[in-house]
Design a protein around this ligand. Sequence first.
Ligand SMILES: *Cc1c(COP(=O)(O)O)cnc(C)c1O
Length: 392
Amino acid sequence: MSALALVGTAAPARVAVGPLLRVDLAAVATNTRRLAQAATGGLMAVVKADGFGHGAVDVARTALAHGATWLGVTGLAEAWPLRDAGLRAPLLSWLNPVDADWPTALRRGIDVAVPSRAHLDAVVLAARCSGLTARVHLHLDCGLARDGAEPAAWPGLCRAARGAERAGHVRVVGLMGHLPCADADAVEARLLNAPGRARFAWGLARAREAGLRPAHRHLAATSATLTDPLAHHTMSRVGAGLVGIDPSGSLAPQAGLAGALELSAPVVEVRAVRAGTGVGYGHAHVTTRATHLALVPVGYADGLPRSASGQAMVLLGGRRRPVVGRISMDQLVVDVGDGGDAGLPEPGDRALLMGAGHRGEPTVADWAAWSGMLPHEIVTGLGPRLPREVTR
Ligand SMILES: *Cc1c(COP(=O)(O)O)cnc(C)c1O
């Protein structure tokens, strides 16, 4: 057959042959409903870092359909694609340099957080030049010593914001803070959050004294939404929980959140090796018996942490099997022994590297534990090289 004869031939049905990252939006929907139920106030879906690696627009759309009414992102650059995708929900961006593109933010109806006088002045200038009123959320540092105004600067910031409000340049629609302790269980959380909650209450009181009446007062992220109702106020900003991460690590499994991604890859090759075979770079692993090694073509360039080498497992042939030797940039090696009851895997069989855990496969939390990382780091690290498939 000539090459030309192939033109117009129907493409074969698409089947996964290489590594594949599947995003399960039904899990995001379930998680959103759980979080909306736990929150005393409303729910803002935080879709920063591309929706914690799950796709910002998909996660945003799903969350808005299942109980969230607001969207939140870090920098303005993360806000534009949400508006481009046609999402019209209230949208807050909270970490921007003083010379950010405020005019475009105002024009596109994006609320902005204001952590300092310099930010306020820049936003006011943009509002005056464009003839628009900026919707701002004053941001008070509640104990992290990072983003947000220091307490010493807060009363002055509130008064200046009130002045700008009277002049018609801004409307202070919100006050925000963020809590420093996210990994506490429900009992610890109330104790550990007490200083942050008190700081926020103090900030609200100063804002009221300055004449501000912000409708939205938000302090809790996923952790406090699940563990500390005293921190809820009028809205919770949740990100990690949407994609199944329980930062407190304290939820009962039945009350838990569902993992929303699955990473699988095919076995490329299986080989028999003798005892004493060094595997991978540096021979960090040497086989202690005759065994079989399966090669799987994903590695740290795809976001699997190399620091999980020596601990990680994958589900292959219905069983968890150890990853042996160092995880390389593009590949890892699994010791499958003699295959056991299931027999040896064959090239093309798929290894499940991580998933929700229902079939015994490792979870995001397992990879985090193996690598000494946070689940957040695992999900946001999964690389753009991985082909993605979204199930709804
Ligand atoms: C990331 C972030 C959130 C969401 O936190 P989760 O723990 O992921 O729910 C809320 N607020 C701020 C300021 C954040 O940076």
